[in-house]
Design a binder for this molecule. Sequence first.
Ligand code: 13P
Length: 249
Amino acid sequence: MKRPVLAANWKMNNGPTAASSFMDVFIPAYHPRTDRTIIIFPPAVSLPVVAAATVGRSDVLPGIQNIHWAEKGAFTGEISASMARDAGAQVALVGHSERRHIFGDTDINCAKRCHAAAKAHIAFMLCVGETIEQREAGETESLVTKQLREGLSQTPNLISTEFLLAYEPVWAIGTGLTASPADASAIQSLLRSQLRQMIGTRADEIPILYGGSVNSGNAASLLATDDIDGLLVGGASVEASSWLAIAQT
Ligand code: 13P
């Protein structure tokens, strides 16, 4: 994937009708670029709309916000990686903080989701990040290291697997607070060095994104920060005009 990677996580916004209106504005206005990759993570019901609108646009990838690790079966309400791929997803978000903190996702479940994505030949984006209490207790480094190592622990052949990481401090999500470039850079560089221990120089090819209250006003300075290879954007990605400004940063 071309870096920077600019990813829109719509969360539970933009159902099929709104997604269609969004893509009607965004796709014609966002001219194809070879110097970056755009990913859009719509709610699963809007994935076919996003996938249809991005046909022929290898620079704009549809994604899915969560996947189950099983291939199929009696898992009411869940979606497997191969089903997501069938519906057009090329990337699966794994371990977003809202999945961890609201829905109880664990590192071991994240590991299973990463493995499932790799097995279904879609990329995954593993999210890590600390709460304010963990930060104040000085646990940030150990926590994100654990989330990273456990999250990747069940994916064999990591070296040849397509994946991305996102560092999203929980206290910066939807709060208007962003990590300072220095703080974000320190964690991004820790993640990179951990990855190097795991997969050697291939670590340098893995995009590591920052997320948490990114908007069109702060996107450029965050992207200019060492070790930040892209942005994962929530609230400011829901409206096409706001997202367009960030995508063109
Ligand atoms: P906000 O950009 O709304 O803070 O959300 C960040 C996020 O959680 C993206 O995944």
